[in-house]
Design a protein around this ligand. Structure first.
Ligand code: GLU
Length: 396
């Protein structure tokens, strides 16, 4: 017997986290598993950022802080929004939470009532629909096929939006497909959004610095008329290689930011003080390595896509951003006699010792997601293993 809540029972566990854990467990048993499951840059946090954290510890900046972020970090975030996106957010319009996930959760917790709907284009990151469920809301997923670059079309939004819709979640560059919305893609959605004045837009831009197309634009920059009902979410995890520091942030209307702080007051309190000081340095310090790292990710993307399209039974569009390849695997599954992408990923793990995440966890079934945020040598080894696996499948 367990005494867990119904809301928790309605929520699926995170497949990205679960697959990474499976890889860790197998490694602990001495099996040489290559984990391309979680999206985590393999670069180290830059030294200037580490030193800022050490200086914060030495200076005794180790107590509670303002619940939704120290003023210095809010100012650095405000400057960063202006520098990168030409967006004006005053410090009172900024929230700092313990990780990007917490930003999203706090925003949803501050706004959703039971039965409220959240429109989520799919394939989507595993956690959006599950957070909505945990909070008693209803995720309304909208399939966005590869032939439109996995982007949401106005007619599909119109077909899924109702008077109960509180949020539309957009994510560009996107996880898991790497799709990048251009200004025109956003503009095409404007009429539908205008017709629903109570609709809020959550624009998850955590992969902002990993755009290889040159077309990335922040949602509220593209459509300034929606600035007051947009929460622009970002964080230091991906660009600055700070996943473990747990700092996410967002800019949005003051009423929402205040609501999010109220949630934090009774739940987490502030994000870690030391991580916040380190993030000030991340955002205010030198930025030139972002370009070098983007170039490295791009090289890895090109390498991985070239190898993937040569594998039997797989397809793969070249992703424009983030560090994931999303790989429809219908044909390979048919050859293998495999019924589901979950089974495919299990076999890849146990037979090829490569850990990837089933597409169904992203509402993109019969596919899998691979993170190429790894050294090229590791990626090469993973591709060789997958090559052997899929060749065996095709030619038993
Ligand atoms: N967001 C990353 C991913 O999709 C990290 C793991 C997670 O938070 O889901 O892999």
């Amino acid at each position: 017997m367990t005494l867990l809540s119904e809301a928790l029972a309605n929520m699926a566990p995170s497949a990205t986290m679960a697959m990474s854990q499976k890889a860790r467990d197998m490694r602990a048993q001495g099996i040489n598993v290559i984990s391309l499951a979680a999206g985590e840059p393999n670069f180290d946090t830059p030294d200037n950022i580490k030193n800022a954290a050490i200086a914060a510890i030495d200076a005794g900046k180790t107590g509670y802080t303002a619940v939704d972020g120290i003023p210095e970090l809010k100012l650095a975030i405000s400057k960063s929004f202006r520098r990168n996106n030409r967006l004006d957010y005053t410090p009172s319009q900024i929230n700092v939470s313990p990780g990007g996930k917490a930003v999203i959760y706090n925003a949803l917790a501050a706004t959703l009532d039971p039965g409220d709907e959240v429109v989520i284009p799919t394939p989507c990151w595993v956690s959006y629909p599950q957070m909505v469920r945990l909070l008693g809301g209803t995720p309304v997923t909208v399939p966005c096929p590869a032939n439109n670059g996995y982007r949401l079309k106005a007619e599909d939004l119109a077909a899924h939006i109702t008077d109960k819709t509180r949020w539309l979640v957009l994510n560009s560059p996107g996880n898991p497909t790497g799709t990048v919305y251009e200004r025109a893609d956003y503009a095409a959605l404007a009429d539908v959004m205008t017709a629903y004045p109570n609709l809020m837009i959550l624009s998850d831009e955590i992969y902002e610095h990993l755009d290889y197309s040159g077309n990335f634009i922040s949602f509220a920059q593209a459509l300034p008329q929606f600035h007051d009902r947009t929460l622009t979410m970002n964080g230091v995890s991906k660009a600055y290689a700070m996943t473990g520091w747990r700092i996410g942030y967002a800019g949005g209307p003051e009423w929402l930011v205040k609501g999010m702080a109220k949630v934090m007051m009774q739940t987490t309190s502030n994000a870690g003080s030391i991580s916040q000081w380190a993030s000030v340095e991340a955002l205010d310090g030198p930025q030139d390595y972002l370009i070098e790292r983007r170039a490295a990710f791009r090289q890895r993307r090109d390498f991985v896509v070239e190898r993937l399209v040569a594998l039997e039974g797989l397809r793969c569009e070249t992703p424009d951003g983030a560090f994931y390849a999303f790989i429809p695997a219908c044909e390979a599954m048919k050859h293998l006699g495999i019924q589901s992408d979950i089974q495919l990923c299990d076999r890849l793990l146990t037979e090829a010792h490569v850990s990837v995440v089933p597409g169904s966890a992203f509402h993109g079934p019969d596919a899998f997601r691979l993170s190429y945020a790894a050294d090229i040598e590791i990626l090469e080894c993973a591709m060789n293993r997958m090559d052997a696996f899929f060749s065996r499948v095709a030619r038993p």
